[in-house]
Write a protein that binds this ligand. Structure first.
Ligand SMILES: NC(=O)c1ccc[n+]([C@@H]2O[C@H](COP(=O)([O-])OP(=O)(O)OC[C@H]3O[C@@H](n4cnc5c(N)ncnc54)[C@H](O)[C@@H]3O)[C@@H](O)[C@H]2O)c1
Length: 407
């Protein structure tokens, strides 16, 4: 015979309640109606326990004892993660990757606390040095629920991000970027985390007819990667309306460069971005680079893009977080410099910085490459008082510094 929901909750509590819990609040509706709390039903037992504890004991910020979950998360409170004087604890999802690792450092430098959650599918432990690293997948709802305890806000960098691969393997992209994103979003809402900063992209605009691109430009992505990012933006908009979630969709243009310390920088495998490829070619550690098209309607015939320094992006994340923390509304904003540079100009900057020639080969245009993509970053300037600071040369110079030191 099945037990009622409150009865089920109460049956579990004596086994789960830690000594420091001073009161028990029974929450009706926490459990499904079927009697699945029998110890033989371990899977249910564990997830029900987490669910119950998250809901019932959230104010006490306590962790599920190890023996009740598969997670390797240490059973410590989040309070020790708060640095002295810090105001916000942020779960940096995908923080062992290129941009996320710079954002984690920016948060720390601004006095906040960052905990990294990453499955290391394209990230690296060395980029997470100096931070608590929780190895987990965004599709692992239970692990996320634990990781989100005591967290005030989420920064979501985790995604697959190769445009070409998304065309030949869209399933991989929808699984990770859409299903994984929703798993994270739902876990955040369930944990009561109401602020999320999302790594969006100028790919949501597709091939716009008008440059510079403002946030009012139609969002018409032309590949599954862009579609997956647009889907998540729209999910955020719906969750804002329905659940009061506050979000910032930050649409990056071309992220480039490295931290001034030279300790972290761009690490992609395979690398497809122009600046690291040109630096490798200049250093003789990579092949000659291919220039895809030299007959575009641009001043020198090569494609023009807006290269924004990764630490400028990281700074915008901190500002976006503080903007939402101050009670402001959700928003989407372009993050770029507002200046375009052609492939030829980037190559010249690389040659100047490295004092080496960049071996190159002219090739045909690539399908789906618009002639120019340049941000109008004025919304970020107005809302966040943010402006990209680094020039192309400075950006290339930090990337070169990192390349000479990277493991
Ligand atoms: N690099 C750019 O120029 C650029 C431009 C626009 C948007 N973006 C977006 O910014 C974000 C970060 O880009 P990046 O260049 O730092 O990429 P990256 O691959 O270096 O970082 C992504 C991180 O997410 C992690 N990750 C991926 N799937 C995961 C999962 N299922 N669970 C947990 N962790 C997972 C990876 O291990 C990696 O550490 C991405 O969402 C990307 O779409 C990047």
């Amino acid at each position: 015979m099945g037990h009622s929901q409150p009865e089920n909750a109460l049956r579990l509590l004596p086994r789960l309640a830690p000594p420091r819990v001073s009161g028990i609040i029974a929450v009706p509706g926490v459990f499904p109606t079927a009697d699945r709390t029998h110890p033989a039903n371990h899977d249910f037992d564990r997830s029900a326990a987490r669910h119950c504890l998250t809901r019932v004991y959230q104010p006490y910020r306590f962790q599920v004892p190890d023996r009740y979950c598969e997670s390797q998360i240490p059973p410590t409170s989040r309070e020790p993660h708060r640095q002295k004087g810090s105001t916000v604890v942020v779960l940096v999802v995908g923080g062992a990757g290129y941009i996320g690792s710079h954002a984690a450092r920016a948060l720390k430098r601004a006095g906040h606390s960052a905990i990294i959650y990453d499955n290391l599918s394209s990230g690296y432990e060395i980029l997470a040095n100096g931070f608590e690293l929780i190895r987990g997948d965004v599709l692992d709802h239970s692990k996320l629920a634990l990781a989100l305890q005591g967290v005030d806000a989420v920064m979501h960098f985790a995604a697959h991000a190769y445009v070409g691969e998304s065309v030949v393997n869209p399933r991989k992209y929808f699984r990770n970027n859409v299903e994984g994103g929703l798993s994270l979003l739902n876990a955040a809402v369930e944990a009561g985390v109401k602020k999320i900063i999302f790594s969006s992209t100028c790919a949501v605009y597709g091939e716009p007819s008008k440059i510079p691109i403002t946030e009012k430009t139609d969002r018409q992505p032309v590949n599954p990667y862009g579609v997956s990012k647009l889907f998540f933006e729209q999910a955020l908009e719906a969750y804002d309306r329905a659940y009061g979630l506050r979000y910032a969709s930050l649409r990056y243009f071309n992220a480039a460069g490295a931290d001034d310390s030279g300790e972290i920088g761009e690490l992609h495998n395979p690398e497809t971005h122009l600046i690291p490829l040109a630096l490798q070619a200049a250093a003789g550690t990579g092949p000659e680079i291919q220039i895809f098209g030299s007959d575009y309607p641009t001043p020198d015939g090569t494609c023009v893009r807006d290269y924004v320094h990764v630490n400028d992006l990281a700074a915008a994340h901190v500002k976006a977080l503080e903007h939402l923390q101050a009670g402001n509304d959700s928003f989407a904003a372009n993050l770029g410099t507002g200046q375009g540079h052609s492939v030829q100009e980037v190559i010249s900057a690389v040659e100047e910085v490295t004092s080496n020639a960049v071996p190159r080969r002219l090739g045909p245009r690539r399908p789906g490459d618009p002639p120019a993509l340049i941000a109008d970053p004025s919304r970020a300037e107005t809302l966040l008082h943010w402006k990209a600071q680094r020039t192309l040369r400075e950006t290339v110079s930090t990337a070169w510094n990192w390349m000479k030191r990277k493991p």
